[in-house]
Design a protein around this ligand. Structure first.
Ligand code: UGA
Length: 449
């Protein structure tokens, strides 16, 4: 089957459908690499902002890349599927696949509607490449559907090329990926992807060619492994708390074993965000559909350990508050699901803050970038313009997202405005000694006191 992306076989014009974190970084990086890129999103406000060089979310280092792409003329944005179909020989699909409401399964509605809208307009040979995280088996179904609905028929081919970038490090991870996984069904599709990633491959990034199902599996298995590692160390934190051992030293010692490694071994409030929690749940749901639920039953425990950390955080705060949170003033540092991000999807920090409020505390939160998003989701909380303001008159201070600004906080300065020098370090981000020396009662998850 012929699949010449252009007459001379060279890819030049690429579309990226879905301009969230993944799609925007991918589009801006492709333009930087020298391709002509059209980003497409159904959300006109988002497309308007991106076209003006304004990021609709926080991601360090991305705005300059976006602006440089716009300035070069190689990057533009549209809301039109017709324009996207006419523009590109290669189409990357980067739409979201969130958790379905009331279920563990992934909601693939954006993916299906994107493929339908684009596919029916594809009237010449092209390659459609999925980057969204999907349940294994999805790509094969989409490939069949694409060849049926597209006017070009079987000359429209589908490949799967999962993405492993982390929010907050998205530009770095895109430019210097650990690996590139190309799930393909033809040598031609492989050649196209090799051309797209030529720079990273030349710089040493391993390029793994797989079938569609394996490519889908790599992504969900990687996130399941990361989640398991985080919950493993948090399970150890529970045992440490029962034995007066120190989980931070344990983590350091374990991480020095090269077979274990220090990454994803930071104990604390656990994982949140738009990926790990929903991906392990969708993975379990898919395993059940496939009749192999037993193989992934451990992920239920991974999820349960993760959620228990939030409850433990509330318990520690309650203990420091003298047994009840009712009427207590709580200062919260950090609401993003992790530092260097304004993402509050399934944020452990915001969950804890909202629970404190439900239990009768007056909760004031501060985060360097995530306050706008947090306020939209939890109008009942109080919002402060600085860390100092958030903890003013606090009976208990909680560090819930380990922004550098909070790591650098001065115990004396904060101590000067709080009502009581009580702090719970939910991310094991602080050195307890200077805090205790300054008269604070310091508590942390998995550490002795
Ligand atoms: C995660 C994966 O790390 C990426 O490889 C993947 O591409 C991405 O999901 C995705 O599927 O799109 P991300 O959600 O940006 O990336 O964040 P991580 O850095 O993995 O952190 C996830 C959560 O785990 C955060 O809440 C973080 O605070 C927590 N975490 C992380 C820990 O509690 N301990 C750790 O040691 C590491």
């Amino acid at each position: 089957m012929g699949l010449p992306p252009t007459v001379d076989g060279t890819v030049r014009r690429i579309t990226v459908l879905g301009t969230g974190y993944l799609g925007t970084v991918h589009a801006a990086w492709l333009a930087e690499t020298g391709f002509d890129v059209l980003g497409m999103d159904a959300d006109s406000a988002k497309v308007g902002a991106l076209s003006r060089g304004v990021l609709p979310f926080y991601e360090p280092g991305l705005e300059p890349l976006l602006r440089s792409g716009l300035k070069s003329g190689r990057l533009s944005f549209t809301t039109s599927y017709a324009e996207a179909a006419a523009f590109g020989d290669l189409h990357f699909i980067c739409v979201g696949t969130p958790q379905r409401a009331g279920s563990y399964r992934a909601d693939l509605s954006q993916l299906h509607s994107c493929l339908r809208a684009l596919g029916t307009l594809l009237d010449r040979p092209c390659l459609v490449v999925g980057k969204s995280t999907v349940p294994v088996g999805t790509a094969e179904l989409l490939a069949e559907r694409l060849s049926v609905i597209s006017p070009a028929g079987a000359a429209c081919e589908l490949a799967w090329n999962p993405e492993f970038l982390r929010e907050g490090h998205a530009v770095h991870d895109t430019m210097r990926p650990d690996r590139i996984v190309a799930g393909v069904t033809s040598a031609r599709a492989e050649a196209v992807l090799r051309q797209v990633y030529a720079k990273q491959i030349a710089a040493g990034a391993p390029f793994l060619v797989t079938d569609l199902a394996t490519a889908e599996m790599v992504k969900v298995a990687a996130n399941a492994f990361l989640a398991t590692k985080i919950s493993f160390i948090n399970a150890m934190a529970e045992v440490c708390e029962a034995t007066n051992a120190d989980v931070t030293m344990l983590s350091e010692a374990l991480g020095l074993d090269p077979r274990i490694g220090a990454a994803a071994l930071q104990p604390g409030l656990g994982f949140g965000g738009g990926c790990l929690p929903k991906d392990i749940r969708a993975f379990m749901a898919r395993a059940e559909e496939l009749g192999v639920e037993q193989a992934l039953s451990f992920l239920r425990e991974v999820d349960a350990i993760n959620m228990r950390r939030r409850a433990r955080m509330v318990d520690l705060a309650r203990e420091l508050a003298g047994g009840s949170l009712r009427g207590q003033t709580i200062g919260v540092l950090g609401v993003a699901f992790k530092p260097d991000s304004d993402d509050i999807r399934d944020s452990p920090a915001l969950d804890v803050a909202a629970t404190m409020h439900r239990l009768g505390a007056a909760v004031t939160v501060y985060d360097p970038v995530a306050l706008v998003n947090a306020r939209k989701a939890h109008a009942e909380l109080n919002y402060a313009g600085s860390a100092l303001e958030a903890v003013t008159s606090a009976d208990v201070t909680l560090l819930l997202t380990e922004w550098q600004e909070f790591r650098d906080a001065d115990p004396e300065e904060l101590g000067g405005v709080v009502a009581k020098r009580n702090i719970v370090d939910g991310r094991n981000a602080l050195d307890p000694d200077p805090w205790r020396d300054a008269g604070w009662t310091y508590r942390a998850l998995g550490r002795p006191y």
